[in-house]
Design a protein around this ligand. Structure first.
Ligand SMILES: [Zn+2]
Ligand SMILES: [Zn+2]
Length: 106
């Protein structure tokens, strides 16, 4: 699957941010992407270069985190298993991560 749509979204967010800060041109963009969003980051980098060849894109993958309602532990859930790392409880809340978060525009 292509990531052109995601690339354009990132570009749109970055342009809005650049306008807000009065930047006349964008040289680099830094984003965080949730590791569970299914976005293929290597492919995204490639497609981004097609959409905006003059801008360098830096991507930080973000691992999801979860909190146990029983013992209060914060832990990193593994795909397919949401049991608490510490006590094994299944009463676990997954912290909602944003799909894509803009962290920097230069
Ligand atoms: Zn592609
Ligand atoms: Zn627990």
């Amino acid at each position: 699957m292509h990531e052109v749509h995601t690339a354009k979204n990132i570009l749109k967010m970055a342009k809005a941010e650049a306008d807000l800060r009065g930047l006349s041109s964008i040289r680099s963009i830094r984003v965080r992407i949730g590791a569970w969003t299914g976005i293929d980051i290597d492919h995204l980098r490639h497609d981004f270069q097609t959409v905006a060849p003059t801008i360098s894109l830096h991507v930080e993958p973000v691992e999801p985190s979860a909190r146990c309602e029983d013992c209060g532990a914060d832990f990193e859930p593994k795909p397919g298993s949401l049991n608490c790392d510490k006590c094994g409880s299944r009463k676990v809340t997954l912290n909602q991560e944003k799909d894509i978060e803009l962290v920097g525009v230069e």
